[in-house]
Design a protein around this ligand. Structure first.
Ligand code: ATP
Ligand code: MG
Length: 223
């Protein structure tokens, strides 16, 4: 995916909403995004599907820089700033224009991933990340975040089944334990935005949970 895809459904019955799908490696984000897309289509919602890091040609170039293995050690701050640089571009070129015209945004990861990976995983302070979030993201935060949760070993086994591992996927188990813990902590802190999905279950059952979460959320936003 190099550029966001747009569906033909329009106009929307609701103002633009922003949904992110989060979780550690191999939890099933990309797989289940297909299900969420079909769900939105069935409700006649016009949306774009996008991802982070990435979502614009420049941001996808930054993604490649971030994921590529390299001899030179990557400073944690450099990694953090590249993530937010990509996000700034993504927000300006794709997310804000879509939302402002009422098109929904469905993103494979967003700022929660920075708290989980650079904060939890790399142990950067959450204050530092929050400052950058304030600067770059401001109020353009997801309305709903589906957090797919699986035990770390299960996610890594699933990711390995897909082939070569990128610069993050080759980290050690304790890195991913911190990532998972940080995601779950954020979900606890913001229960109105997050829905935690037990993604260890077989795919049909995961999708039943997602369907139920979306049904309930739609009831809330339609009220
Ligand atoms: N509930 C499930 N049960 C078993 N296998 C699953 C399940 N969900 C996804 N998978 C498989 O796990 C693998 C990883 O799934 P997917 O690529 O969707 O994860 P991801 O969260 O997008 O990973 P990444 O963080 O690396 O992008 C795929 O081979 C997918 O078919
Ligand atoms: Mg994926």
């Amino acid at each position: 995916m190099s550029a966001p895809e747009k569906t033909e459904n329009a106009p929307n019955a609701f103002p633009g909403k922003f949904i992110s799908v989060e979780g550690s490696e191999g939890v099933g984000k990309t797989t289940n995004l297909q299900f969420v897309q079909n769900y939105l289509k069935s409700r006649n919602i016009a949306f774009i599907l996008t991802r982070e890091p990435g979502g614009t040609p420049l941001a996808e170039e930054l993604r490649n820089l971030l994921l590529t293995h390299r001899e030179e050690p990557v400073s944690e701050d450099c990694e953090l700033l590249l993530m937010f640089a990509a996000r700034a571009q993504h927000l300006q070129q794709v997310i804000r224009p879509a939302l402002s015209e009422g098109t929904w945004v469905l993103s494979d990861r967003f700022t929660d991933a920075t708290y989980a990976y650079q904060g939890g995983g790399r142990s950067l302070s959450s204050e530092k990340i929050a400052n950058l979030e304030k600067l770059v993201v401001a109020s353009t935060k997801p309305d709903l975040t589906l957090l797919l949760d699986v035990p770390v070993e299960v996610g890594i086994d699933r990711a390995k089944g897909r082939g070569a591992l990128d610069r993050f996927e080759q980290e050690q188990l304790d890195f991913f334990e911190r990532v998972r813990r940080t995601y779950l902590l954020r979900a606890e802190q913001e229960p109105s935005r997050f829905r935690v999905i037990d993604a260890e279950q077989p795919l049909v059952e995961v999708q039943q949970q997602i369907q139920q979460a979306l049904d309930l959320w739609f009831e809330q936003i339609q009220r």
